[in-house]
Design a protein around this ligand. Structure first.
Ligand code: MF3
Ligand code: CO
Ligand code: CO
Length: 255
């Protein structure tokens, strides 16, 4: 495997799919409220995706049963939406959507907060968003891929948090998961050099306590912190341009 340099035509397609993924996260925000089930949010996301001529990439992916991942509190990632999981005051949750539009993939996730979170929960969510922003700032041609994880882990640990190393970002666009693997904790000036036309996700998972995760043995997917303390995650799909980066899933400036 090697890192695909996308053509102009592929970039156009991935840009469109990524934009829709970003729009889904904005669309769903009005419905993320106390008393609502994550299964209901999944249904809304499924219907919205289909209505926009796209397919949710997670549905039936390696047997994953739903159209997005929703990961609450101590769940690090790959939470399965369910009618039995009801949002309550103080919860923090990540919603992760991946679209396939005209055959191209876009992948993004963000945190949502229900009512009044604890001080620690709020600090964790803000620090995790900052980790993603710091990682994105490292994206420019000629820089080392490893400097993304280096800057993320330096900041996360300075805040007293830990970086999950068992799940990573990934190349994306033509397929769901392509090369390279994007580690969120890495050594300075390590890994391949970035080149224009590369597209990958940056998706730091930051833990309140220990970095280790454990996958639920019953459902085979839900990954929880080993100490059951909180975890947060933000994800964007990023294109390396001639001068720096373009965040393909960031639609915030359009609303
Ligand atoms: N969207 C996730 C990612 O960021 C992958 C989810 S795979 C699933 O890479 F099977 F759990 F849905
Ligand atoms: Co991803
Ligand atoms: Co994702």
């Amino acid at each position: 495997m090697s890192i695909i340099i996308k053509t102009e035509e592929q970039i156009k397609g991935i840009r469109k799919s990524s934009k829709l993924a970003g729009e889904i996260l904005i669309y769903i925000s009005d419905f993320v409220k106390e008393g609502i089930s994550t299964g209901y949010l999944d249904q809304l996301i499924h219907n919205y995706t289909i209505a926009h001529n796209a397919i949710p990439a997670t549905l039936n992916y390696s047997g994953f049963p739903k159209s997005c991942c929703i990961s609450l509190n101590e769940v690090v990632c790959h939470g399965i939406p369910s009618e039995d999981i009801i949002l309550k005051n103080g919860d923090i949750l990540n919603i992760d959507v991946t679209t396939i539009l005209d055959g191209y993939f876009g992948d993004t996730s963000k945190m949502y907060i229900i009512g009044e979170p604890s001080d620690t929960a709020l600090k964790l969510v803000k620090a995790t968003k900052h980790c993603l922003d710091l990682g994105i700032e490292q994206v420019k041609p000629g820089n080392y891929l490893g400097n993304i994880g280096y800057s993320i882990s330096k900041y996360a640990t300075s805040q007293g948090f830990s970086v999950v190393y068992e799940f990573c970002g990934h190349g994306v666009g033509i397929e769901f998961h392509e090369d390279p693997q994007v580690d969120h904790a890495s050594r300075k000036n390590s890994g391949p050099l970035l080149k224009p036309g590369m597209i990958f996700t940056i998706e730091p998972m930051i833990n309140e306590g220990r970095p280790r995760v454990k996958v639920d043995e019953t459902d085979g997917w839900t990954a929880r912190t080993i100490d059951l303390k909180l975890s947060a995650q933000f994800e964007h799909t990023v294109l390396v341009t001639d001068t720096g980066y373009e965040v393909l899933t960031d639609v915030s400036n359009e609303y």
